[in-house]
Design a protein around this ligand. Structure first.
Ligand code: BTN
Length: 253
């Protein structure tokens, strides 16, 4: 990696592993051993990658699978960190390619309606771990069938080889910027996220603890909650849940 402001701040130390069960778990171990903020764990593949809401995250060779250790001093708005992470991932993708990256609440990165990446934020060992998964050149045949139907890769969308290292470098820089914005109160995160909102105005099904809510996506609130408008025009705030659009864009994989 070349040096740069973000790369210096996030990515020291940079622990590279050929294989990890989950980079979030390795980052948690580093955090409990006292590693500094900005430590990054990068794996060539994961054998037990996980996504939001306990989903399995298939992570063969060819993806960017990494986790960053954060030790926020003070606290930005809780609901906005995950949006900031999604923004960083979308911007990183655009830095290395000419595609437009959209976002699906809370932090799925989508290209042309198909999921190319996601973010898993966890608290562990007194730190916050931000795990990023981006399909750089994972062959879709290597994913489960239901996943492959709703997923894509950067390679597929651009038709050109993209280097996961280049995506990592861009991601660390972009995330350093958005993380600072979040620490400073988060102004601008909701606006930037909304400009990439790939679901606004679309019908959604949201499953929360076994209950399914239906409505139309109506953007996000200042605190990052999703606005779901029902048929009568009533807006519900959704702060967590599994979001599936009526067009079958699955949240997880
Ligand atoms: C999601 O969309 O559900 C979030 C997926 C996050 C996957 C990444 S890959 C690196 C890190 N390690 C994990 O086990 N998960 C995250």
């Amino acid at each position: 990696m070349t040096s740069g402001p973000g790369a210096a701040r996030f990515g020291v130390p940079l622990v590279r592993l050929a294989v990890a069960e989950s980079t979030n778990d390795v980052a948690r171990l580093l955090a409990s051993a006292g590693t500094r903020e900005g430590a990054v764990v990068l794996a060539g593949r994961q054998t037990r990658g996980r996504g939001r809401l306990g989903r399995v995250w298939l992570s063969p060779e060819g993806g960017l699978w990494c986790s960053i250790v954060l030790r926020p001093v003070g606290q930005g708005p809780p609901g906005l960190l995950s949006l900031a992470a999604g923004l960083a991932a979308a911007e990183a993708i655009e830095t290395v390619s000419d595609v437009h990256a959209g976002l699906k609440w809370p932090n799925d990165v989508v290209l042309d309606g198909r999921k190319v990446g996601g973010v898993l934020i966890e608290s562990a060992a007194g730190a916050t771990i931000a795990g990023f998964g981006i399909n750089v050149r994972v062959p879709l045949e290597g994913l489960a069938r239901d996943v492959a139907e709703t997923a894509t890769s950067l390679h597929l969308m651009t038709g050109r080889p993209v280097d996961p290292e280049a995506v990592l470098e861009a991601l660390l820089k972009r995330f350093a910027g958005w993380y600072d914005t979040w620490l400073a109160g988060g102004a601008g995160i909701v606006g930037a996220w909304s400009r990439r909102d790939a679901t606004r105005g679309r019908p959604l099904h949201i499953s929360i603890s076994g209950e399914t809510l239906e409505g139309t996506a109506d953007g996000i609130e200042p605190d990052g909650a999703l606005r779901l408008k029902d048929a009568s025009g009533r807006v519900r705030r959704v702060v967590s849940g599994d979001l599936v659009s009526s067009q079958g864009m699955a949240q997880g994989r």
